[in-house]
Ligand binder design. Structure first.
Ligand SMILES: N[C@@H](CCC(=O)N[C@@H](CS)C(=O)NCC(=O)O)C(=O)O
Length: 208
């Protein structure tokens, strides 16, 4: 049995969504965990073994620990093979890996730098910025409904997530807005939101 440390309505929600998409919820013991939230609510859970008290955090059945959403997603999509992500040797594997790691190595830093109003030549040299990220996403969506094909995939789930959390920060580009709306309309997103709402209620969290 795998163990996932999950805080409702946080970055780990996309792992719960992924588990639902992979039909693997029964393979995972989900431990609901508190985290400090940016609005000042919540607090670190001493039972959460993540070195910084963050989520998501996954423990495999053989005791391996995995942090970072994209690493956890890659582990899970490899382990529970499905048409939600290309496996080793399947067409689209390179694009899948590229999108997963581009998210963590480029998009999230560029997005946070923009939100924080930060600019510095070293940041631009290393990550470029949101204009380049937006251009890359638009190019990736050319001629298809989703990033890997005309089907919603684990790559879409991860990369659309910041824009689904903060719609006001979604780039004002029709191709991206339409894609984010398509991702948000996938039935598994509503299923995961329902799960999280119930989990938040069980934990006594104030509705966000
Ligand atoms: N790069 C990490 C970021 C994890 C992260 O920052 N998670 C937030 C939840 S949205 C968290 O646990 N925050 C609590 C804290 O910073 O103490 C990932 O994608 O897994």
């Amino acid at each position: 049995m795998l163990t996932l440390y999950h805080a409702p309505k946080s970055r780990s929600s996309r792992i719960v969504t992924l588990l639902m998409a992979l039909d693997a919820m029964s393979e995972v013991d989900i431990r609901l965990t508190d985290i400090p939230r940016q609005d000042g609510s919540g607090g670190r859970d001493p039972h959460n073994p993540h070195p910084e008290g963050k989520v998501p955090f996954l423990i495999t059945d053989d005791g391996e620990t995995i942090r970072e959403s994209n690493a956890i997603m890659l582990y899970l999509t490899d382990r529970f093979a499905s048409d939600f992500a290309p496996n080793v040797g399947e067409a689209g594997r390179g694009a899948y890996l590229t999108w997963l790691f581009w998210y963590g190595n480029v998009l999230e830093p560029a997005y946070v730098h923009q939100i924080a109003g930060l600019s510095h030549p070293a940041l631009t040299a290393t990550f470029r910025g949101m204009p380049e990220a937006v251009a890359y996403l638009v190019a990736g969506l050319e001629g298809r409904d989703f990033l890997l094909s005309d089907q919603f995939s684990a790559a879409d789930l991860l990369i659309a997530s910041p824009f689904l959390w903060f719609p006001e920060a979604t780039p004002d580009v029709a191709v991206i807005r339409d894609w984010v709306a398509r991702c948000g309309a996938e039935p598994v997103m509503a299923e995961a939101a329902t799960y999280d709402a119930k989990a938040a209620q069980e934990m006594g969290l104030v509705p966000a």
